[in-house]
Design a protein. Structure first.
Length: 323
C-alpha cells in the first residue's frame, strides 16, 4: 500500500510513548510548543548526515538511526547538557516501509532510553540524508565550552579513540580481522558509538574545557587550543587503546587512527590539577575508561607530541568536510 508523507509521519514517527511534560504540542501542528524549565539554559545542536559521506548507503537502518542520534547526543555531552527534544528532517529516495520501520523502531528505543521526545521535522524525496536538531538543558553558567583551558591543565579522553576508524576499515574490507569478537567490537564502535552523556554532566563543575571527538583527536583538540589561546603537549606513550585494536594492527596504525581517525564520539576535556582527585570519583563509577594523555601548554609552544620524553614530528590531521 502506498504511503504518503502524512501517513508516513503518523505511522512511523508520531509516537506517544516518549512524551515529555515540557512539550505542550509536538508532531502534528505547524510548530512545536515547548517549555524551558526554570533555572535551565537551552543547548541546541544540529547535524546533517549524507549517504556516501557520513555513512555507507547500504547501512542497516537500525544502525543508522542509532548513530544519527548518538552523534547529536555527543554534542550535548560535550557541553554537559541533559537531552530533551529532537527534530528530524529526513530525505528518502523512496518510501521503503521495511526500512522505515527498522529506522524508526531503533530511533524510538534510543529516545525512550534518554527520556527524549521527537517534536517535529520534515520528510521529502531525494538522495538519502537527514538533519537532526537536538535540544537539551544545562544549569546556567555551568556548560562546558571549548574556551577555558589554561596552561597546566591536564588533558583527558574517554574511551579508546581509534576504534571507530578501525571498525570502518573492517566495514570497507580494508582491515581483515582474524578474531570474530574483535570484528564485532570494532564494528560496534563505528556503527553504534556510545555518547558520553553522563560523563559530560559529571564534568560540568570539574572541566575547564571540553569537546567531543568527531573529526579526530588532533583536529578536535585543536579547536580547544584555538578557542583557549593555548598550546599542548600530548604524551603518545599514554594514548589508550582497546585490546581489540592492538590485537589486529601494529601500534603505529593504532596511533594514527587514535589521533586522526574520527567518529569516536568520545570526550576530550581539560582539568586543573586541583580537580583531578574529584575527577576520579566523578567518573570512576560510570564505567567508561578515561585517560590523561597530556597537558595544556602556553600558546607559543603550539601542539607538541612527546614520545619517550622527547618531542617527535607527526604528519597527521583530522577530518575536514571541505578539504
Amino acid at each position: 500500500m502506498a504511503c504518503g508523507e502524512f501517513s508516513l509521519i503518523a505511522r512511523y514517527f508520531d509516537r506517544v510513548k516518549s512524551a515529555r511534560l515540557d512539550v505542550e504540542t509536538g508532531i502534528g501542528d505547524d510548530c512545536a510548543l515547548l517549555h524551558i524549565p526554570e533555572k535551565k539554559t537551552l543547548a541546541i545542536s544540529t547535524d546533517t548526515l549524507v549517504a556516501g559521506n557520513h555513512f555507507l548507503p547500504d547501512i542497516d537502518p537500525a544502525d543508522l538511526a542509532y548513530k544519527a542520534l548518538a552523534v547529536n547526543l555527543s554534542d550535548l555531552a560535550a557541553m554537559g547538557a541533559e537531552p530533551a527534544w529532537l527534530t528530524l528532517a529526513l530525505t528518502l529516495p523512496e518510501v521503503d516501509e521495511v526500512w522505515l520501520e527498522a529506522f524508526s523502531d531503533s530511533l524510538f528505543v534510543q529516545l525512550d532510553y534518554y527520556d527524549m521526545q521527537l517534536i517535529g521535522g520534515d520528510t521529502t524525496r531525494g538522495p538519502l540524508s537527514m538533519t537532526l536538531g537536538i535540544h537539551g538543558f544545562v544549569p546556567p553558567g555551568r556548560a562546558m565550552k571549548r574556551a577555558g583551558a589554561k596552561p597546566g591543565d591536564w588533558i583527558y579522553v574517554t574511551g579508546t579513540p581509534g576504534d571507530s576508524a578501525a571498525g570502518l576499515a573492517v566495514l570497507q574490507n580494508r582491515l581483515t580481522v582474524d578474531e570474530p569478537s574483535d570484528a564485532d567490537y570494532l564494528l560496534a564502535r563505528h556503527l553504534r558509538p556510545m555518547p558520553r552523556v553522563l560523563q559530560g554532566q559529571a564534568l560540568r563543575d570539574l572541566a575547564t574545557s571540553a569537546i567531543d571527538l568527531s573529526d579526530g583527536l588532533i583536529s578536535d583538540l585543536g579547536h580547544i587550543l584555538k578557542a583557549s589561546g593555548c598550546g599542548a603537549r600530548i604524551d603518545l606513550d599514554a594514548m589508550p587503546y582497546s585490546d581489540a585494536i592492538l590485537r589486529q594492527v601494529e601500534p603505529e596504525q593504532a596511533l594514527r587512527w587514535a589521533l586522526a581517525g574520527g567518529e569516536d564520539y568520545e570526550l576530550c576535556f581539560t582539568v586543573p590539577e586541583l580537580n583531578r582527585g574529584a575527577l576520579d570519583v566523578a567518573l570512576g563509577h560510570l564505567g567508561a575508561r578515561f585517560t590523561c594523555i597530556g597537558q595544556i601548554a602556553p600558546e607559543s609552544e603550539g601542539l607538541q607530541f612527546i614520545r619517550d620524553g622527547k618531542p617527535v614530528a607527526l604528519d597527521l590531521k583530522g577530518y575536514d568536510h571541505f578539504a
